[in-house]
Design a protein around this ligand. Sequence first.
Ligand code: IPM
Ligand code: MG
Length: 401
Amino acid sequence: MSNPNAIDLAIEKFKTILTEQLSRIETMKQGADWINLDTVSPLIIGICGGDGIGPMISVEAERVLAHCLRDRLAAGTVVFKTIEGLTIENRAAANKAIPDDVLAELKSCHVILKGPTTTPQKGDQWPNIESANVAMRRELDLFGNVRPVRVPEHGIDWTFFRENTEGEYVLGSRGFDVTSDLSVDFKVATEQGTERIVKLAFEHARKTGKKRVTVVTKSNVVKTTDGRFSAVARRMAADYPEITLDEWYIDIMTAKLLDPARRHEFEVVVLPNLYGDIITDEAAQIQGGVGTAGSANIGKRWSMFEAIHGSAPRMVTEGRGGYADPSMIKAAAMLLAHIGHGGLSARLEKAIEICVQFEREVTITGRADGASAKEFTDYLLSWLDRSDLDACYKTYVEATK
Ligand code: IPM
Ligand code: MG
């Protein structure tokens, strides 16, 4: 027989959760203004290594960023701030997803370039603390997770807008066992939280001349939260008459990303947190693997840029950490665009494409038979220094047509 108070205890917990969410809604309603990074000086870029392969690839991403921003660094209008302490050891010792001093450091920056962090799982060697990623997205209110995927030879040019502060994730560590037999988790969708991600997606489509936004849900089954997501998207579409909105369910969408007859038609995709997490790994795989994708976590006050893969502790224990793909450099390219250096960002993207897809003189395999992260980065930097970068890129693109 289960505890007769089980339901009352559960109601108490649920009450706390609801109170917190309603207060979060009030904060969203007050609607903080977007920070204008053009007027900030110096612009502080936090570099946060994370753990596992994180510190090894962050060093390389920082080197590339420093190279691209050398003029601003010399002039002192941009400064880098190294943030230590977001390691699993420190987080476990503090028993917190993000120790307080590390959170304060993060908040003292304007934008952050972050290495992967280990997310503990029930039953592993670490206390089962919340994911540092999920916590950072919540604490810095990084509501828009933007993940572009491009495969030019297949006509694929997708940008995913994954909602980043709600869904199943925001209370992912707050579910509980009501009795020894019954476990409950929570999924949250708010009007304000949905509006802001849908708006980010539509504004992006408008700015980049895209004609189609696809909302992905399972609103035929998950009727309330996904139902709201879908309804908000439909309502807001009226403000963007030049853009067509269509809705796909997550299951068939997962299949359609693999359908050569259909997939090149998708342009901008907006979706709740969990579906976005899953489908962006699939999309990245279509592009060449999760190591090839970058991710922007956008909020009104702060933004954070990262790779979409994990910390690969196995690579470190097997002594292969130094051979990890420094794909965080893609995130660095997104960061450059975000702080107003679209030209530098485009140049870096081209150099990456030449190195990874076209010339491929130095390749990463993740093992000692391939290049180290440092060797690959040297190769990339040598391309960034070339005055014929644009011309070579054009030639390569023409040749693949
Ligand atoms: C991602 C990752 C994270 C997520 C993990 C590490 C919590 O998979 O950024 O996609 O699920 O959001
Ligand atoms: Mg993921």
